[in-house]
Design a protein around this ligand. Structure first.
Ligand SMILES: *Cc1c(COP(=O)(O)O)cnc(C)c1O
Length: 363
């Protein structure tokens, strides 16, 4: 059997084994065509079926209403930081930004290049953000074209469990690191976007779920490659899109559906969070989570050890035990366990066991 590690990578990250095996089985000869899906035209029927199935699975699993359309774009979530304000800004405003982490700040900085965004909240303390705002903390403007926030702060390890209320202003969410971790009410959002490479596929394609009236409203004074209306009109096939990443999204989401959809996914994710945070909280302070308890992310759990030397030693011990990707982001240090959808409960149980053993030997 092939050796697979417990992969806690922050992104690109672990994918369901069944999705990879399906790709392996279909790689050389996709459905009797004598070529891989990568070698098909993006306009021919075999790819088209895969494309439509991937979109259908996203719609079905997230119960996306008919008011919204699913787009595939490129350039990652980072490109959306600019493409969003390019399309939806007004001459007066490029949105209200809730800044809760590194990525949220980057989104705001990009909007500043394009137009005039406002800060609705910024919780930065030194180099980190360790909490999330309450509704009453937000400074929202009534005529902003949208309110932007980041549902899960991948680097800081915080996550919104209740979403901000933006009133009549469209709510836009960067869900790159927690898209489809549980069922949500998509009708509450003007737009959702996410690079696929954390929760639903490989790097190379960005999923955009956008309300149709916002597509129509989008500015036309920008290049077609970046116009939501052009992408929407062409069902994301205005040019050669990354066909293999879309195919992999199809494979991943087919597995998610087979395993019971997002309700089952949420149950699994919450269980992993419980195991991990119990291990931290039960350590008598040896392991310490630097973020507010109510904001602890179930996708990316960050924690510290008593010293940086011990953190380094811990990462090495984990690696020796077949667990990779646990080093915290270079900007904040510490340990980060990314527990995206495809990570098994078993992987987190193994990590918790290692944490207890390591503490006994080093505490
Ligand atoms: C990883 C990440 C990004 C950056 O994604 P790219 O696809 O690499 O541009 C943006 N936002 C969040 C919340 C992320 O986790």
């Amino acid at each position: 059997m092939t050796k697979r590690v417990y992969n806690f990578n922050a992104g690109p990250s672990t994918m369901p084994l069944a999705a990879l095996e399906r790709a392996q089985a279909e790689l050389l000869d996709f459905q009797g065509t004598g070529m891989s899906i990568m070698e098909h035209s993006h306009r021919a029927k075999h790819y088209e079926a895969v494309h439509d199935e991937a979109i259908k699975l996203i719609i079905e699993l997230l119960a996306i209403p008919d008011t919204h359309q699913v787009l595939f774009m490129t350039g990652g979530a980072s490109a959306q930081f600019a493409i969003l304000p390019m399309n939806l800004r007004t001459d007066e405003s490029a949105g209200d930004y809730i800044i809760t982490g590194t990525w949220a700040e980057k989104a705001y900085q990009e909007a500043k290049i394009v137009g005039k965004p406002s800060v609705a909240w910024d919780g930065k303390k030194g180099e980190i953000w360790d909490s999330l705002p309450k509704q009453s903390d937000l400074k929202l403007s009534a005529n902003a074209p949208y309110v932007h926030f980041t549902t899960n702060n991948t680097i800081m390890g915080t996550q919104f469990f209740d979403f901000p209320d933006s009133g009549n202003v469209p709510l836009v969410a960067d869900m790159s690191s927690d898209i489809m971790w549980r069922p949500i009410d998509v009708s509450k959002f003007g737009m959702i976007y996410a690079g696929a490479q954390k929760n639903i596929g490989p790097a190379g394609v960005t999923v955009v779920i956008i309300r149709k009236d916002l597509i129509e409203k989008g500015r036309k004074d920008l290049a077609k490659a970046f116009r939501y209306s052009e992408v929407a009109k062409n069902n994301s096939l205005q040019n050669t899109i990354p066909t293999f990443p879309v195919y992999m999204i199809r494979n991943v989401l087919a597995v998610v559906k087979e395993e019971g959809g997002l309700a089952a996914t949420e149950k699994k994710n919450r269980k992993k969070g419980e195991i991990l945070y119990s291990a931290v909280d039960g350590s008598g302070g040896f392991y310490r989570c630097p973020v507010e308890k109510s904001a602890r992310s179930v996708m990316n759990a960050v924690f510290r050890l008593p010293s940086e030397e011990l953190e380094e030693k811990f990462v090495k011990a984990a690696s020796a035990a077949g667990m990779v990707g646990l080093k915290g982001h270079r900007s904040v240090g510490g340990i980060r366990a990314s527990m995206y959808n495809a990570l098994s409960i078993e992987a987190v149980e193994k990590l918790a066991e290692l944490m207890a053993k390591f503490q006994k030997e080093n505490g």
